[in-house]
Every structure is written in C-alpha cells, then in structure tokens.
Design a protein around this ligand. Structure first.
Ligand code: DGJ
Length: 368
C-alpha cells in the first residue's frame, strides 16, 4: 500500500503544472496542484462558462467508503484541466448530525435554481454506523457555487404517494398494495408510509427548468424518477417507477434531440458489470430498455467502471461525455475516472473505449 501511494504521488507530481489537452481514461488525473482529482461518484454543473465537478472526497487507506471529509469541488474551463476549489460540503463533527463524520455520503450532484439563485446539492446518505439501511436522500444549499453548502435535511422521498402513470399504462403494470404482484411491488408497498428508499442517484434539469431526481429505490429493484419542487429543495410527490423488478444502480439522465436517455448499471457492489440504457419520449415514460450501450473489448464490464453522470459539452452539438468511476474499494482515494464520448447511431447510443481522446472527437464524424 505504501509503495502504491508513493508511486501514485510521484506520478501525480510528474504531471503537476503540465496543461493537459486530452482525456486519458483510467489514468491518474492531476488537478492544478498535481494531486489526483478526488471527486468520486461525481457530477458536473456548467455555470458562467465554467464546469464545476462535485464528488465524494475519499481518504487513503482503510476508511473505505465512509465520508470522513465531505464533497469536493473542482472547476475547469476546458474539461481537461481542473482547479481545486476545496470542500464544498463538510461532514459534521457532531455524531448526532445526519451527516456525521463517518457516515456514507455518495453521488452528490448540484443544480442551480434560477428563481432562488441558490445552488442545490442532493446526495445519497447513509446514517453513521447503520450500513446501507437508511437509504435516504440528503439536501444541502449554498449561495456560492463552490460552497460552503449548508446541510438542510435528509429523508426518504414521496412518503404516502403512489406513482404517476402516463395515460395508457395497462392496469397490470400498476402497483396494487392490497396484493403486491412482485417482489419490488412488495418493497414499494412496505416503504409507502415512510417514503421510498433513495440510494444511487442523479439530478436532471429539463429545458423548461423543471428538475428531477432519479434514484435506486425498493432495495435497488426499481429506479424512481421524481419531480422536484420549483425551488428544487423538496419532492412534489409526482414520480414514476422505471424498470421495476430489475436491480439497477448508477442512473444518469440526459436529453438529445427531444429524447430522454438514461444509462445505469447492474448491482454488483464495487465490481463492474454491464451498463444498460433506456430511452423515452417523455420524462414520465414509458421508458424502453435497450441493453448495453458499450461495445468492444471490456464492454461487458463497462471497461471496469460504473456510470456516474452524462455531461453535455457546452457549445458542441451532439457532444455528450459518459462519466464513470473505476472503484478501488481497498484504497478508495485511488479510484479512477473513465470519461468516454457517446456516439449517436440514429436514436441509439454507443460507447467505445479510447485510451486517449479530446473534444475534437465530436467534430470529426469519421472518427466514430
Ligand atoms: C455501487 C454503488 O453504485 C455505489 O455508489 C455504492 O453504493 C456501492 N455500490 C456500495 O457497494
């Protein structure tokens, strides 16, 4: 381990100060101080011509997945070179706080609310010492993009609320809590009074400014897509269940040419598995399952990673980056980032491994 971290530091120092002009998936990615970027399970907000990357700050060694520090923020103008903006949300030294140091705080995402002018962060929260039982979502808010974010609350969403069904949904697909038809329906009904479990998650802001929270619910057997209030700080109670009965994690939603896309993964802990994608003409579905978007060598294990976000590149047409984490649970800080371009084939999508690439990929259709 010592040897590994020495190699890691030397590698990072060698690269310090050099401007990067390409993405190298899976390779140490030094920030402006030459330190490997520490923003795992992250997502990106584009604001004032700057990209802000928020993710889980991990520490070296045995803390594993426990949150000992908080949510780290970085900024970039070009997506290759990142400046350390510090800790945006700190865990609390108060052991009775929902975000007590040592809790599990995963997959933080930030969106900007134009009406309130606030930056709104949601994340998956597990209470200190309770493993993955709490399955809550947490909220923190800031006036400044890089923080400090103030923790507001954590809870399980949509308590007492039944799903929304788009017109034409067959009765057989509707959950019936008088007699749940499947295992996942059973979990849904069990959790109805207290709110649905909310684990792996993402946020999506639509063109009309409405925001949605997508999360693994029902012991990961279903993805819920839930509408947020106008100020983005609560759930309205309107939501749909997607791909019920199949365990899905790591959801990431994006929109292209009026179609909604979602990429996710299976559920194998920190070990990689095949990705899966879905599409829909409305955020409320129906969502169609399409299988694995990855092709070529390594596609059966998402090239060793798990989805965390899909980033629309500002100012470029048809340019979306699939962002994934290559987890290293024994030394979580060493986790790597796999950023790969998404290629559209008609309405279908495809993700291929590239050792080294840059944004020109999106200009040159022949390269695909
Ligand atoms: C995979 C998830 O996607 C991660 O965010 C984390 O919850 C791990 N499982 C825990 O095993």
């Amino acid at each position: 381990m010592l040897l590994l971290s020495v190699v890691f530091q030397v590698e990072a120092q060698d690269l310090a100060g050099k401007r990067s002009t390409s993405f190298q998936p899976g390779v140490i990615w030094p920030d402006n101080n030459g330190v490997h970027i520490n923003a795992h399970g992250g997502g990106i907000l584009y604001q004032n011509k700057t990209y802000y990357w928020f993710g889980e700050h991990k520490i070296a060694g045995g803390a594993g997945n426990r949150a000992m520090v908080g949510v780290h923020c970085y900024s970039s103008k070009d997506l290759y070179n990142w400046k350390d903006e510090g800790i945006a949300l700190s865990v609390s030294p108060d052991t009775t706080s929902d975000i007590a140091k040592g809790c599990i705080l995963e997959r933080p995402k930030v969106i900007y609310n134009k009406k309130t002018k606030k930056y709104v962060m949601w994340f998956h929260l597990e209470l200190l010492g309770k493993g993955y039982k709490a399955a809550r979502t947490g909220l923190a808010v800031s006036n400044k993009v890089n923080g400090p974010y103030r923790f507001i609350k954590s809870y399980r969403p949509n308590a007492g609320k039944m799903p929304f069904y788009p017109e034409g949904t067959p009765e057989s697909e509707k959950v019936n809590c008088a007699s749940p038809a499947t295992k996942s329906d059973g979990f849904f009904c069990r959790d109805l009074p207290g709110g649905q479990m909310a684990r792996d998650m993402n946020l999506f802001v639509d063109d009309d400014g409405k925001a949605y929270h997508v999360f693994s619910a029902e012991e990961n057997f279903t993805l819920d897509i839930a509408e947020l209030s106008d100020d983005y700080t609560s759930h309205t109670g309107k939501f749909v269940r997607v791909y019920a009965g199949h365990q899905t994690e790591a959801p990431a939603i994006f929109k292209h040419n009026g179609t909604y896309y979602m990429i996710g993964s299976g559920t194998t802990g920190w070990a990689p598995n095949p990705a899966r994608w879905f599409s829909a003409k409305s955020i409320w579905g129906p969502w169609t399952y399409h299988g694995n978007p990855c092709v070529g060598d390594g596609s059966q294990i998402t090239f060793g990673g798990q989805s965390t976000y899909v980033l629309p590149v500002a100012g470029k047409k048809d340019a979306f980056i699939f962002m994934a984490d290559k987890w290293t649970p024994k030394d979580a800080i060493d986790g790597r980032y796999l950023w790969l371009p998404i290629t559209f084939k008609g309405d279908d999508i495809e993700i291929k491994w590239l050792d080294n690439w840059n944004l020109d990929f999106f200009n040159d259709k022949r390269s695909k």
